[in-house]
Design a protein around this ligand. Structure first.
Ligand SMILES: Nc1ncnc2c1ncn2[C@@H]1O[C@H](COP(=O)(O)OP(=O)(O)OP(=O)(O)O)[C@@H](O)[C@H]1O
Length: 386
């Protein structure tokens, strides 16, 4: 199956001053399940449309394996049907006057596949997507989720090299979404098809994709596995966009000697670095202790919010607020004091442009690792302690 490479891919629609896609370079490997993730209007669909060949790029290039299929510079534009990579662009509109089987068969007929082979492929794909029992029904006799499965079956029947899906689960209710998410994962495992899908839903991206490309304002922010993107966001935008509850942000520039603050506390634990502008910590990385140690902060439990099997706890330190999340039932009540540890290895630092900073080990104070007591949870970095 093909590898798709985008090099400095740019799209500026006529009449727009800003490019919708701005110098995006990335490679989608064979068999990859990639999500283009970002807020509305960041250019995700435009990238998908350019890969499909239904939109022309303004500059940069798209190559399939080593064959350039779109490059203004090289005066090259290969139309969708000649890209020969079996691109199938999502189209959920089923033919209402055709049965499920006829709908699934539709693309194969267009390709003049012999009748016997068509029948076999339809049966195979319908059984894998568990819609065989609806083969003789019409779309109006199916639920929304069943209709989406038929649409997927129709795409898969033609054996696509690459499947392009634009917000594939957006029209479904929560239960069906979950079901279809599992279906898509199964489908990827069974067929090994390269899938590129667009989503603005981080949860969907994290649970489905092997690789996530985070976009903002037309630009690629970071590309990596869900774990990499979560654990090492390359900039503040990615840190804040990924994660629910959202990552806590502490503006270090707000540190002053006049009053105690989170910014002061963190500044006191790192060497002064003029580039360090913002510190961030994920809610689940914050540790609540009964006992005070030199590195814990006395904070107040302001709010305990149950979220079904987990809790979000709002903590205050003077004017500052932090959100902690935990899967253990909190041992505290609202209004009670608690000692809060911000483990040094859990802190992310960003400069004034939002770019991730990796502070040298010598700049970080790890002494709390030896002082920590009675943790409410343990996480991997504490292995250092053993
Ligand atoms: N045909 C067009 N003409 C002019 N501008 C367009 C056109 N299509 C898209 N745009 C603009 O390009 C930008 C990117 O649009 P695109 O649809 O790629 O974003 P998206 O990330 O997929 O958004 P969403 O999640 O809302 O679908 C937007 O600002 C949009 O208004």
């Amino acid at each position: 199956m093909p590898t798709i490479t985008l090099t400095n891919l740019t799209k500026r629609y006529d009449g727009n001053t800003e490019p919708s896609v701005d110098q995006v370079s990335l490679t989608v490997e064979d068999g990859e399940f990639m999500c283009l993730l970002g807020p509305s209007g960041c250019g995700k669909t435009t990238i998908l449309r350019m890969i499909a060949g239904i939109e022309h790029s303004t500059s940069g290039e798209i190559a399939v394996d080593n064959l350039v299929v779109d490059s203004v510079h090289q005066s090259c534009f290969i139309p969708p049907e000649q890209r020969r990579i079996g691109l199938v662009f999502q189209n959920y509109a089923l033919w209402p006057h055709m049965t499920v089987e006829r709908n699934v068969d539709f693309g194969l007929r267009l390709q003049n596949v012999p009748a016997q082979e068509r029948k076999a492929r339809c049966l195979d794909v319908m059984s894998k997507l568990r819609i065989l029992e609806y083969a003789d029904r019409y779309p109006s006799q199916l639920s929304g989720g069943q209709q989406q499965r038929v649409a997927l079956a129709r795409m898969l029947a033609v054996n696509p090299g690459v499947l392009l899906l634009d917000e594939p689960l957006s029209n479904l209710d929560a239960t069906l979404r979950l079901e279809m998410r599992a279906e898509l994962r199964r489908l990827h495992q069974t067929f090994g098809t390269t899938i590129i899908f667009v989503s603005h839903d981080q949860w969907e991206a994290m649970t489905l994709a092997n690789t996530i490309a985070v976009m903002n304002k037309g630009q690629l922010q970071q590309i990596g596995t869900p774990d990499e993107i979560y654990a090492e966001p390359s900039n503040r935008f990615v840190a804040e966009f990924i994660g629910n509850p959202k990552i806590n942000i502490v503006d270090l520039k707000a540190a002053t000697t006049e009053h105690v603050s989170l910014a002061n506390h963190i500044q006191s634990r790192i060497s002064a670095n003029e580039f360090t502008s913002v510190c961030a910590i994920r809610p689940e990385e914050i540790v609540l202790n009964n006992t005070a140690t030199p590195h814990t902060l006395p904070m107040i439990i302001e709010n305990i919010m149950p979220t079904g099997g987990s809790w979000v706890i709002e903590l205050s330190f003077g004017e500052d607020r932090l959100f902690h999340s935990t899967q253990s039932r909190p041992a505290w009540r609202e209004g009670e004091p608690v000692n809060v540890l911000l483990p040094m290895q859990s802190l992310h630092f960003f400069d004034h442009n939002g770019k991730r900073l990796v502070l040298p080990e010598s700049d970080l104070d790890y002494s709390h690792l030896l002082l920590r007591s009675n943790p409410t949870h343990t996480n991997q970095p504490y292995a250092k302690q053993a």
